[in-house]
Design a protein around this ligand. Structure first.
Ligand SMILES: Cc1ncc(COP(=O)(O)O)c(C=O)c1O
Length: 388
C-alpha cells in the first residue's frame, strides 16, 4: 500500500488562547452572570488604562462600536464622512447606517494608510468626520491629520481594529483621536471571539454610548440592575442592543495581559520573514513607519511587476504547498454595495494598486520555525523556479 504523506496545513492566522482563558470563562459560567456585568466593567477599565484612554465602552463588535461612535459624534443625514476605500467595509457601512455619505479617499501605498493629503483631496463642504485606519496594525500618521481636521472642525475617528499594541510616536495608537474603535473578532491580535470597544477622552460621549448600547435605558447609565428595588425604566432615545457579554470580557482580560508578549512574538516572526525574503527582487514587505511601530497583526507583501509571478500565481503556489495565503484588503469602492458611489475628485490609485497586488502571510503566535521556513521556501521557489 502506498504511503501518503500528509503535510499539515498552515493557516494564515490563529488565535492564541489557552488554559487561562478557559479558566476565566469557566469562572463566569459558574458565577451565574453570563451577560454584560462586572467582567465587562473590568475589561473596559483595563483596556482604557492600557491604551491611554479616559473611557472605554465595550460592545458586541467593532462595527457596532463604530456605529455608536458616529451617533455620539452627531453624524447623520446630510453629512459626509471621509473613509479610506482600502479597508474592511464595516467603516463605510456604519457611515451609511447613520444616514451620512461615505466619501472614499486614497492611501499611501508605502503604509496602506490615509494621510493628511489623501484626506484633503476628498474633503467636501459637508465633511463632518474622517475615519482613519491603522491598516493591518500599521499606525496612521495622526498628527498632520489632526492639524487638518482641527482647522476644519472635523471629528477624527480612528479605526484601530487591527492595532492593539501598535504605537504612534511612543504612545498607544488611538490616544490622539476623538474616538477610537477596536475589534476583538477572531482574526485580530487580541480576541474575545467577537467583540468591540470604543475609547474616548470625552465623558459625555462615553456616557451616551454606554446608554445607547442598551436601548438608551436609564438603568444602563445608573447601573439600576444592581438594585433590588425594580427601578422604573425609561428609554431616553432610540438605542440598540450592542452589549458584550461577561463571557467575552473574561477572555479579553486575559488576552490583554498577554498583549505585550503577543506583539513581541509577531515582531520576531515578521523579522524572520523580512530577513529571508530581503534579497528577492519584486517583493516589498510592510514595515514600521518612521513615526511608530506596528504589532504585525497582518504581515502583507506587495508583489511588484518586477517579480517573476503575479500575486494570484504566488497565492496558488502557496496553496499547493498547503499554505493559506490571503489577498490584502479589498477596495470598498469596487464592491457591488458601493460601486455606484461618487468618489469625488480623489484618485484611488494607491488603493487599487495595493488591493490588486498585496497578500498576507501566515503570522500567529504559535507558528513554528519549520512552518515559517515552508512559507519562505514556497515564495523562493516561485521567485526562482527549478530549472530557470
Ligand atoms: C480595519 C478593520 N476594521 C474592523 C474589522 C472587524 O470588525 P468586526 O469586529 O465588526 O468584525 C476588521 C476585520 O478584519 C478590519 O480589518
Amino acid at each position: 500500500m502506498a504511503t501518503e504523506s500528509v503535510v499539515a496545513r498552515i493557516e494564515v492566522t490563529k488565535p492564541w488562547l489557552g488554559q487561562e482563558e478557559a479558566h476565566a470563562l469557566a469562572d463566569v459560567v459558574y458565577s451565574g452572570c453570563v451577560t454584560q456585568g462586572p467582567k465587562v466593567k473590568e475589561f473596559e477599565a483595563s483596556f482604557a488604562l492600557a491604551h491611554g484612554a479616559r473611557f472605554a465602552v465595550a460592545t458586541s463588535s467593532f462595527t457596532t462600536a463604530l456605529h455608536l461612535a458616529l451617533v455620539v459624534a452627531g453624524i447623520g443625514p446630510g453629512d459626509d464622512v471621509v473613509v479610506p476605500s482600502l479597508t474592511f467595509i464595516a467603516a463605510a457601512n456604519a457611515v451609511t447606517y447613520v444616514g451620512a455619505r461615505p466619501v472614499f479617499c486614497d492611501v499611501d501605498p508605502a503604509t496602506g494608510n490615509v494621510t493628511a493629503e489623501t484626506i484633503h483631496a476628498a474633503l467636501t463642504l459637508d465633511t463632518r468626520a474622517v475615519i482613519v485606519v491603522d491598516q493591518a496594525g500599521v499606525p496612521v500618521d495622526l498628527d498632520p491629520i489632526r492639524a487638518l481636521c482641527d482647522r476644519h472642525e472635523i471629528t477624527v475617528i480612528e479605526d484601530a481594529a487591527c492595532a492593539a499594541g501598535s504605537r504612534y510616536k511612543g504612545r498607544p495608537v488611538g490616544a490622539g483621536a476623538d474616538v477610537a474603535v477596536w475589534s476583538f473578532q477572531q482574526s485580530h491580535i487580541l480576541t474575545t471571539g467577537e467583540g468591540g470597544m470604543l475609547t474616548t477622552r470625552r465623558a459625555d460621549w462615553a456616557v451616551r454610548a454606554r446608554a445607547l448600547r442598551e436601548h438608551s435605558s436609564n438603568l444602563a447609565v445608573l447601573d439600576g440592575g444592581e438594585s433590588c428595588l425594580s427601578p422604573r425604566e425609561i428609554c431616553l432615545e432610540v438605542g440598540f442592543d450592542y452589549r458584550m457579554t461577561d463571557l467575552q470580557a473574561a477572555v479579553g482580560i486575559v488576552q490583554l495581559k498577554r498583549l505585550p508578549e503577543m506583539v513581541e512574538r509577531r515582531r520576531k516572526i515578521a523579522g524572520t520573514y523580512m530577513e529571508a525574503l530581503a534579497g528577492l527582487k519584486g517583493l516589498r514587505i510592510v514595515s514600521d513607519p518612521p513615526y511608530g511601530t506596528t504589532n504585525f497583526q497582518s504581515l502583507w507583501l506587495e508583489v511588484l511587476p518586477t517579480f517573476p509571478a503575479s500575486r494570484e500565481t504566488l497565492l496558488g503556489r502557496l496553496a499547493e504547498a498547503g499554505i493559506t495565503g490571503r489577498r490584502g484588503p479589498y477596495a470598498a469602492h469596487r464592491q457591488p454595495a458601493y460601486r455606484w458611489r461618487d468618489t469625488g475628485n480623489a484618485s484611488l490609485r494607491g488603493t487599487e494598486r495595493l488591493s490588486d497586488r498585496t497578500l498576507v502571510l501566515p503570522v500567529f503566535h504559535e507558528i513554528d520555525t519549520a512552518s515559517i521556513n515552508r512559507v519562505i521556501n514556497a515564495i523562493r521557489n516561485t521567485a526562482h523556479p527549478v530549472g530557470s
